[in-house]
Design a protein around this ligand. Structure first.
Ligand code: DGL
Length: 265
């Protein structure tokens, strides 16, 4: 493992691009190798077995690309497959722990909402982790299974608005003071969520904290790239779609490499 080796990041689709973008902002010298499993999305409606199986294959692929660290940029995979992935010999990051770390020090947070996929919410991971550090916080969780696919497939704000509002009006989320975006796709609709709450509810998402967590661990392990080598980020998808290409360009406007790679056969 070398400091110049890339960081591997994966998700079911475009959600992890929000994480990749955050990493690139804080660690601009790092080369990113991204895998979007567009062939199998949404992960959130799949069984624990399937999500774990797909995640293991992707991690094996990223390790073959010589990744020095791997970020599971997917809450569903972080919630159900972390224990399997963490067995590997490179630093592994999930998108849940940085959020828990933030909440642990924020005494003003008293009633927190969590929205995420079926896999994430039914795992109970956010509730368990929050209560391990802050027993006094009320946690109200709501599965919002339509959102990831909606964000992945459709940019039309008008359609998104009705569905987002229908979810956020749910009684479970009444009187929350903060809301965890428990899916890496959701930062793409943060504006609409903020509009719904009139900015009166604090929106918490891993992309605000993950860069610092990764930087700290890389530094500690002498794996931080100190050289501004002129690398191109490399993006792989299991199914090439114009939508993924469009979204990648939005987050990474400079030239990148994007190609389909069949790792599942
Ligand atoms: N972006 C992922 C997550 O954070 C997966 C969404 C999905 O594919 O269902 O859970």
């Amino acid at each position: 493992m070398n400091a110049e080796d890339p960081i591997g990041i994966f998700d079911s689709g475009i959600g992890g691009l929000t994480v990749a973008h955050a990493i690139n902002k804080i660690l601009p010298y790092e080369k990113i190798v991204y895998f979007g499993d567009t062939q199998h999305l949404p992960y959130g409606n799949k069984s624990i077995n399937k999500i774990t199986q797909y995640s293991i294959k992707i991690v094996d692929f990223l390790l073959k690309q010589k990744c020095k660290a791997i970020i599971i940029a997917c809450n569903s995979a972080s919630a159900v497959a972390y224990q399997e992935i963490v067995k590997n010999k490179v630093p592994i990051f999930d998108v849940i722990k940085p959020v828990i770390h933030y909440i642990s020090s924020q005494k003003h947070i008293q009633h927190i909402g969590v929205i995420g996929t079926n896999a994430t919410i039914s795992s109970g991971v956010y509730k368990d982790y929050i209560h391990a550090v802050r027993k006094d916080v009320k946690v109200s969780s709501l599965a919002t299974p339509l959102l990831a696919s909606l964000i992945e497939e459709d940019d039309r704000k008008l359609y998104q608005k009705g569905i987002i509002e229908a979810y956020l009006e749910n009684n479970k989320l009444k009187n929350i003071d903060s809301l965890i975006l428990g899916c890496t796709h959701y930062p793409l609709i943060e504006t609409q969520i903020n509009e719904f709450y009139n900015k009166k509810v604090e929106i918490i998402s891993a992309i605000k904290y993950i860069g610092h967590s990764v930087k700290k661990v890389l530094e500690k392990n002498n794996l931080l790239n100190q050289k501004n080598s002129k690398h191109k980020h490399h993006f792989y998808v299991s199914d090439y779609t114009t939508n993924f290409q469009k979204k990648t360009k939005l987050f990474f406007p400079k030239s990148i490499i994007l190609e389909q790679e069949n790792i599942f056969s």
